[in-house]
Design a protein around this ligand. Structure first.
Ligand SMILES: Nc1nc2c(ncn2[C@@H]2O[C@H](COP(=O)(O)OP(=O)(O)OP(=O)(O)O)[C@@H](O)[C@H]2O)c(=O)[nH]1
Length: 400
């Protein structure tokens, strides 16, 4: 907005100067111009960019008016060119647009140099030393400020976009990025969606404090990231809920990946900054689909199914993986279509579903020794030996 106000002010000042009678001596205009240049540099150094811009533009307009007054319509042309380039440079245009505009203006300017009347060329003979100094300072400084403003605007935009795409606390991708990345990955191939939720996280917050809760979320993110592939994306959906996007059509591999993530969290206690050890568990719901031509509509469907599977894992005692696969024609599957698992022994297992408690890894309220942990996955036995390790579930029980 300021840019356009300054541009307008510049034009109005220019016409005001033109109408002055008697017209000021060139030396007066030059001295005022140099003084305004110096003032602009001082304001710029103090960080008042907009004021610096105005102070720069005023002497250029004054000079344009003076040249016009002395040498006719083309006399002030070069100054206007500078002002035009300046505004194009700092206006909120894309880099390409700015380049295009500046290029066209430059070509126009070069053409005008050859085509204009002799008055314009003769006018150079009248340039005093002060005028040259004024012009050089103005042009150089305007160029520097324009580049700086353009560069800062680009950096701001990059920062804004980075902030928008990342969760501030954990550094995982944000929900915004999830909605961008999901359809992109789905249009390229099959996509596995892992809905990951920390068990009884509220109890951790309530007993250990919010700051410790934050610590847990940060370490949890690091562990999950460490155990995901480079091509996978980890997003924080909100609160203590995460979504891993895993490009794959291999459902068995996806299931193993989810189990690996589960073990990466429950097999080793979290060391808190208050010195305590806390065993944290997560519940994971897994869905898979795609590739899809209409990726935007498939993603919400996959997220919803993974979410339902995750809630099923919660209902069945937490600390487990539940998968839900779509039907062969990629239609949405209901949870009733989930196949039963060998490890699933909870009371409501009469429903057909696939609930994978980790081998040898009973729910947290029944401490296990980790003897059945998969060979490739981290063992849980290192935590079971800590007498002072608390589980979020125990904290939860204690609270109740
Ligand atoms: N420390 C911290 N806590 C958060 C943050 N975002 C959300 N929470 C808390 O996370 C807790 C989530 O609690 P619930 O939704 O009840 O879930 P839960 O206690 O994990 O229970 P289950 O999911 O059923 O196992 C709430 O207490 C939120 O206040 C955060 O950024 N930092």
């Amino acid at each position: 907005m300021w840019i356009y106000i300054s541009a307008l002010g510049c034009q109005l000042g220019y016409f005001a100067l033109l109408s002055l009678q008697p017209y000021p001596q060139p030396v007066v205009i030059n001295v005022i111009g140099v003084l305004l240049n110096v003032l602009a540099i001082m304001f710029h150094r103090k960080g008042y960019m907009n004021t610096a811009l105005l102070l720069l533009v005023v002497p250029v307009s004054a000079k344009a008016a003076w040249w016009e007054h002395q040498f006719g319509a083309e006399g002030g042309f070069e100054y206007f060119h500078i002002v035009a380039i300046f505004f194009v440079c700092i206006a909120s245009l894309s880099r390409i647009q700015r380049l295009l505009f500046s290029g066209v203006l430059l070509l126009f300017y070069i053409g005008a140099q050859y085509l204009t009347s002799p008055v314009y060329i003769v006018s150079y003979e009248f340039m005093s030393l002060a005028s040259v100094v004024n012009l050089v300072i103005s042009v150089t400084f305007i160029a520097v400020v324009a580049v700086q403003i353009g560069w800062e605007a680009e950096q701001r935009e990059k920062r804004y976009r980075r902030d928008l795409r990342h969760d501030q606390l954990t550094g995982a991708l944000s929900r915004f990025a999830l909605l961008e990345e999901g359809p992109r990955l789905l249009s390229r191939g099959g996509l596995g969606v892992l809905m990951i939720d920390v068990d009884h996280f509220k109890a951790i917050n309530d007993t250990q404090g919010h700051a410790i809760g934050d610590e847990v979320l940060i370490e949890l993110t690091q562990r999950l990231r460490h155990h995901l592939r480079g091509s996978d994306q980890l997003c924080r959906q909100g609160g203590e809920e995460f979504v891993a996007l895993c490009p794959t059509e291999d459902r068995e591999g996806l299931q193993h990946a989810a189990e690996r993530l589960l073990l990466s969290i429950n097999s080793r206690a979290f060391t808190l900054s208050n010195g305590q050890l806390l065993r944290v568990t997560i519940s994971i719901g897994v869905a898979q689909g795609g590739p899809a031509a209409c990726a935007e509509s498939l993603l919400p469907d996959l997220l919803q199914r993974a979410d339902q599977a995750m809630y099923r894992a919660k209902r069945e005692g937490r600390n487990r993986v539940v998968t839900v696969w779509d039907t062969p024609d990629h239609g949405a599957a209901s949870l009733d279509q989930i196949e039963p698992s060998d490890h699933d022994h909870s009371p409501d297992h009469g429903h057909s579903h696939d609930s994978l408690a980790m081998p040898g890894m009973p729910p947290l309220d029944t401490p296990g020794d980790g003897s059945g942990a998969a060979a490739s996955a981290p063992s849980r036995s290192d935590v079971s030996h800590h007498d002072d390790v608390q589980t979020a579930d125990e904290v939860y029980q204690w609270k109740r």
